[in-house]
Design a protein around this ligand. Structure first.
Ligand code: PMM
Length: 251
């Protein structure tokens, strides 16, 4: 299982407190992740925290592109965490080689065709709406069945837009329009998401449903979860701390 390291270049990221919000700090953290053996660095300039305001395209590009340019010089495999086709395209030109779209093509009508044209791997996440409205959309009949069916719709849309089958990766969108019970139900049935037949990415790192009273407790819970997922056929986990995850995977 691969480890995707999170590099949020945002001043308001809930999980890292915005510590990496400037270029120098972001590059330093990226280099540290490379030294720790990260497989993919996921660079994002827009917070998707519940309730978060959107940032402009210009701001998103200004935050992410210089960091991508610099870290790609060091041989890192980089994904761009964006819902915008324009940002995705600028990022790929700057050296990113994977598009990570939390909206699965729903936020920007140009995204799927852009990903198809750029011919890079495309991660389609299960998503029901922007951060400001997603908490009100956490209603499911059977969450696993509903997520699978909505992911299948996004897979169809991606294939129709010309994304090659081999370039598609799916993600159940832990914490996006989901209550704690929904997140756990998906994790308990992750084999059914894997059975859809595409590589699966899981992003649960330090998210609220993990419980715990401190960031430290959530970090421990994240590492436990990585260990659990490593035997399920999941392709990669998207995590804040690289080293403990690499360690738990090699132990
Ligand atoms: N979660 C966040 C941001 N991007 N991308 C994917 N593919 N999957 C996720 O679960 C995901 C994501 C929000 O978490 P963060 O603010 O800690 O980065």
């Amino acid at each position: 299982m691969l480890v995707m390291g999170i590099l949020n270049v945002t001043p308001d990221s809930f999980a890292d407190g915005g510590r990496h919000n400037d270029f120098e700090a972001a590059v330093a953290r990226g280099l540290e992740m490379i030294a720790e053996g990260v497989d993919i660095i996921d660079i994002g300039g827009e917070s998707t925290r519940p309730g978060a305001e959107r940032v402009s395209e210009a701001e998103e590009i200004a935050r992410t592109i210089p960091v991508i340019t610099e870290l790609s010089k060091h041989g890192a495999t980089i994904s761009i965490d964006t819902m915008r086709a324009s940002t995705a395209e600028a990022a790929v030109k700057a050296g990113a080689s994977i598009i990570n779209d939390v909206s699965g093509g729903l936020a920007d009508v140009a995204m799927l065709q852009t990903a198809a044209r750029l011919q890079v791997p495309y991660i389609a996440m299960h998503w029901r709406g922007h951060s400001k409205e997603m908490n009100s959309k956490a209603t499911y009949g059977d969450v696993v069945i509903d997520v699978i069916s909505e992911l299948n719709e996004r897979i169809e849309a991606a294939l129709d837009a010309g994304i090659h089958r081999d370039k598609l990766i799916i993600d159940p969108g832990i914490g996006f329009a989901k209550e704690a019970e929904h997140n756990w139900a998906i994790i308990d049935s992750i084999d059914r998401i894997v059975a859809i037949g595409y590589p699966v990415l899981v992003g649960a790192s330090r998210k609220r449903f993990l419980g715990g009273d401190s960031p430290d407790e959530r970090e421990q819970a994240t590492i436990e979860l990585t260990k659990r997922l490593s035997t399920t056929g999941v392709w990669a986990v998207r995590v804040h701390s690289v080293k403990p995850h690499k360690e738990v995977l090699s132990s």
